[in-house]
Structure formats: C-alpha cells, structure tokens
Design a protein around this ligand. Structure first.
Ligand SMILES: NC(=O)c1ccc[n+]([C@@H]2O[C@H](COP(=O)([O-])OP(=O)(O)OC[C@H]3O[C@@H](n4cnc5c(N)ncnc54)[C@H](OP(=O)(O)O)[C@@H]3O)[C@@H](O)[C@H]2O)c1
Length: 263
C-alpha cells in the first residue's frame, strides 16, 4: 500500500491520478484535493479516488505528496501544511527551485522537483526530475516509479531542469505549432482542412513512433526519406533556408531563460 496525496486535481493532477489508477495503484490509497467540490466529485466519479478540499487532511499518513497547483500557489500551499519528514513532496510546478520548495515544505522535508509535460495526459509523458538535499535514493526511486505510470522519466541535476523545460515541458507546443502550420500549408495546396489535418497529425504520430521505436536517430530517419534530387530534399532545403535550426535554438534559449526568470 502506497498512500499518495495529489494536491490540485487539475490537468496535470488528473493525468497523474488516471495513470496511477490504470497502472494498478489502489484508488482508495489516493487522495486528491481541489477547492471546488464539483471538481472533486468529477474526479471521484471518474477514478474512485478519495476527494477533499482539505489539504491538511489529505496529507495525513501520505508517503508521497504531489503538489500540482499553479506555480504561484505552491509556496503558500506548502507553507501552510505541517509536512511529516517521512513524506516526499513532489512539485510539478514550472520554475520553482528546490531551494524555494524546501524552505516552503519545512525543515528536513524531502522534496523532488519534477518538470512534466502534457503528453502524460495520454500516458506518453516525458518527466524530468531532480531530488533535493534530503531525498534518499529510495525515495527518489519511489517517485520515478510512480511517474512511470504516465510515461518516461529521467533523473537529472537541477541545473539542467530549465533546459529540460525547453526540450520537454514546453516542447509539445512546438510540435503542435509545426503540425498546425503544415495543415494550413495543405489547405493552401487545395486539400480540405479535414484531410490536411488527418495527414499532418497521423504523420506526426508515425514519425514520433519511428523516432522512439525504430532504434534509429532522427538524422538517419530523415536521410532515409530523402532521395537524391527528390521532393523531400526540395522541401528540406526550403526549411533550412528559412532558418528552422536557428529558430529552434533561439526558442529553446528563450524558454530556458524564461523558466529561470520564473524561478
Ligand atoms: N499543463 C502543462 O502543460 C504543464 C506542463 C508542465 C508543468 N505544469 C505544472 O503543473 C502544475 C499544474 O498545472 P495544471 O495545468 O494542471 O493546472 P490546473 O489545471 O489549473 O490545475 C490546478 C488545480 O489545482 C487546484 N487548486 C488550486 N489551488 C488549490 C489549493 N490551494 N488546494 C487544492 N487545490 C487547489 C485547482 O482547482 P480548484 O480551483 O478547484 O481548487 C486546479 O484544479 C503547475 O504548477 C504547472 O506549472 C503544467
């Protein structure tokens, strides 16, 4: 039995709960909090978890306390709770440093900082996490195991978490933007929007699966669809001349910089 408290049953909190229940964790051992009771009822109805608006009650006896509220609300939330030193606090908030989180959680409390991303909503998340000064290997391993219910997990040094935000936390939006642009381009070429959307989104899914499951890196995969003097080479030349690599370098830098400012 692993008692888990999820403080803040919004998008990320629900994804976590859904993954944990699907992975076989007992819904009776999971407590989720929200301020609005109707949201709690919704989550109880969908997953059978215990719900309450009382965060202090939710963390009683919890081994893992996932803080899934918005970043601006985390410090106040943790500050107001009397957290046991036997528990691990797991922050899912963008930006907030381990130092800030440890101060808010209280003396000697174990804290893990996680950067999740929204594909965890469909069990395909890429979470990165960094452990604070009081976290044991066993506790960090426990957090990784729980997060694996919603996808892949990488443990990294905190100094790299802003870069992880640029490559994983915020990155689903880049792929959505690329797909959206491709759909518009298809419409401009005369396809109906429905057809363009199907072609672009299924291709994104297929390319993603090839990158994770073929055992080949993106360079080899791209070379594999680029015949000499062919159509793909013509398209890639346009993308390169439009500065796509530079755009992604600058986007990643801007994202990491903003994450640091928020922290
Ligand atoms: N969404 C993303 O793409 C993404 C990616 C990476 C990281 N994150 C991080 O994940 C965290 C959660 O984001 P989200 O998108 O899931 O936000 P969200 O959908 O707004 O969820 C936050 C939830 O917390 C509840 N809440 C707020 N204050 C509370 C309190 N004092 N006690 C209990 N519950 C409270 C809110 O419900 P009530 O109003 O009913 O209380 C709401 O359901 C954020 O820190 C964010 O930085 C999100």
């Amino acid at each position: 039995m692993t008692k888990i408290a999820v403080l803040g049953g919004g998008q990320i909190g629900e994804a976590l709960v859904s993954g944990l229940v699907s992975a076989g964790y007992d819904a009776e051992d999971i407590v989720v909090t929200n301020r609005r009771s109707e949201r709690g009822e919704e989550l109880h109805g969908a997953y059978g978890v215990t719900v309450t608006s009382d965060n202090a009650q939710a963390i009683e006896g919890a081994e893992y306390i996932f803080a899934c509220v918005k970043p601006y609300a985390i410090v106040e939330l943790l500050d107001g709770l009397d957290i046991s030193q036997d528990a691990v606090v797991v922050s899912m908030a963008a930006g907030l440093t381990l130092d800030t989180l440890e101060k808010a959680a209280g003396d000697g409390v174990s804290v893990v900082r996680v950067m999740p991303n929204t594909p965890m909503l469909v069990g395909k998340g890429m979470c990165t996490c960094a452990g604070g000064q009081h976290v044991s290997e066993e506790q960090l391993g426990g957090v990784v195991k729980l997060l694996e219910a919603v996808g892949e997990v990488a443990v990294i040094d905190e100094k790299h978490i802003d870069a992880a935000t640029a490559l994983a936390g915020s990155a689903p939006a880049y792929y959505f933007l690329v797909t959206e642009a491709l759909i518009d381009a298809g419409v401009q070429l005369g396809l109906t929007r429905d057809v363009a959307e199907k072609l672009a989104t299924r291709t994104a899914q297929g390319a993603g699966t090839m990158m994770t499951e073929s055992g080949k890196d993106p360079v080899a995969l791209r070379a594999g669809v680029t015949s000499p003097g062919g159509t793909t080479a013509a398209a890639l030349r346009e993308l390169e001349e439009s500065g796509i690599r530079g755009a992604f370098f600058r986007a990643a830098e801007a994202c990491a910089q903003r994450a640091q400012e928020l922290g």
